[in-house]
Write a protein that binds this ligand. Structure first.
Ligand code: PLP
Length: 376
């Protein structure tokens, strides 16, 4: 009998080794990974990240946040570039969103935050309350008050919920967990303009969409907007636990000595891995190639699955792809795995693909061929 709480529907397989974009189970079976540990090892098991972790472990792996941490400064520089943000480091996506909620409330002196139906922002009380899905909150009693849920892609619904009490609007630009739903471009630009006019902060949850996942460093770059606050985690350190909240410099009045903190946040090992990951992501042409390859994957799947009675839609952005299906998701995942491909699900009817951005053309075509067999 397992001594673990049964939060996850685990299969019997354990991955014991990884090389590049492949995973190996205890029996030595090799799998092509189109899941990246749920959007985490975005660069695969990359040698530069491994080298950085080993080198950092040789020197020192943790210091308290009471001392200078030049690695945090280095990662913040790489994340911010010439934009006007400051960074706060924590350990997960939920924590990054907690920091976003806290700074938005304190900076505005207002409490209401509008999020969206079918959104997912995490499992802590604040981030769970921000989440627009009842199934995530069931049985946990009262959540954090003052979250209101608008219809995704519908500005009039946001307008109806907003008032002088609204501190912020918070959204994913591709809703990941609920089924890989990209936001419409017109909606996003109009929402950003509305928030600016009304002095409402715009928070983009980039926990799943960030770090190159959609073929840009941040998904908001696709939409030509700049949020007041955005959050990162998952791919930030390519597999070492980390989260980050980035907010416009003007918000620094709300986060000063003692306002917020984290013992482990921005830990040296996480920062060494994040810095190495960002070096790879920022290599010339890397993200452009990821966008081209992700779009190629999506287009190949679209044409291959067009007319397939089991598939209702293929959609996504860059390397974040959903295949909406009428088939049983568990059976599809198992069929792909039997053929050596690891895929994910999202919502109740979507096979979700979050492949490594480092896939070669041959690996892309290998994955496409397996998916063709799975949906045949
Ligand atoms: N926000 C989004 C958009 C996510 O997809 C997730 C996790 O799937 C989270 C927040 C929560 O991140 P974490 O599991 O690291 O707390």
């Amino acid at each position: 009998m397992s001594k673990l709480f049964q939060n996850y529907k685990r299969t019997a397989i354990e991955f014991v080794k990884a090389e590049g974009n492949y995973l190996f189970d205890a029996e030595g079976k090799k799998y092509l990974d189109f899941s990246t540990g749920i959007g985490v090892t975005n660069l695969g098991f990359h040698p530069q990240v491994k080298k950085a972790l080993e080198a950092q472990a040789e020197r020192i792996w943790h210091t308290p946040n009471l001392y200078q941490n030049s690695l945090q400064e280095e990662v913040a520089e790489k994340l911010i570039g010439n934009r006007d943000y400051l960074a706060f480091f924590c350990n997960s996506g939920a924590e990054a969103n907690e920091a976003a909620i806290k700074i938005a409330r304190k900076a505005t002196g207002k409490q209401e935050i509008i999020t969206f139906k079918d959104s997912f922002h995490g499992r802590t009380f604040g981030s769970m309350s921000a989440t627009g899905q009842d199934k995530i909150k069931k049985g946990f009693g009262d959540g954090v008050p003052n979250f209101l849920y608008a219809d995704y892609n519908d500005l009039s619904s946001v307008k109806k919920l907003s008032s002088e009490k609204t501190a912020a609007v918070m959204l994913e630009l591709v809703q990941g967990e609920s089924g890989v739903q990209p936001a419409e471009a017109d909606f996003v630009t109009a929402l950003a303009a509305f928030c600016q006019e009304e002095d409402i902060l715009l928070i983009v949850d980039e926990v799943q969409t960030g770090m190159g996942r959609t073929g840009k460093l941040y998904s908001f770059e696709h939409y030509g907007i700049e949020p007041d606050i955005f959050t990162l985690a998952k791919g930030l350190a390519n597999g070492v636990p980390v989260g980050a909240m980035l907010g416009k410099t003007k918000l620094s009045v709300a986060f000063d000595y003692g306002s917020h903190g984290s013992t482990f946040g921005g830990n040296k090992l996480a920062m060494a891995a994040a810095s190495a990951s960002l070096t790879v992501l920022k290599e010339e042409g890397f993200l452009e190639k990821a966008l081209t390859n992700g779009t190629y994957l999506q287009n190949q799947l679209k044409s291959m699955l067009a007319g397939n009675p089991k598939v209702t839609q293929v959609r996504g952005l860059g390397y974040m792809i959903g295949i909406e299906t009428t088939e049983d998701l568990g059976q599809l995942v198992a069929a792909a795995r039997a053929k050596g491909l690891i895929v994910l699900t999202a919502g109740s009817n979507v096979i979700r693909l979050l492949p490594p951005l480092t896939l070669t053309k041959a690996e892309l075509d290998q994955g496409i061929a397996i998916l063709e067999e799975v949906f045949a």
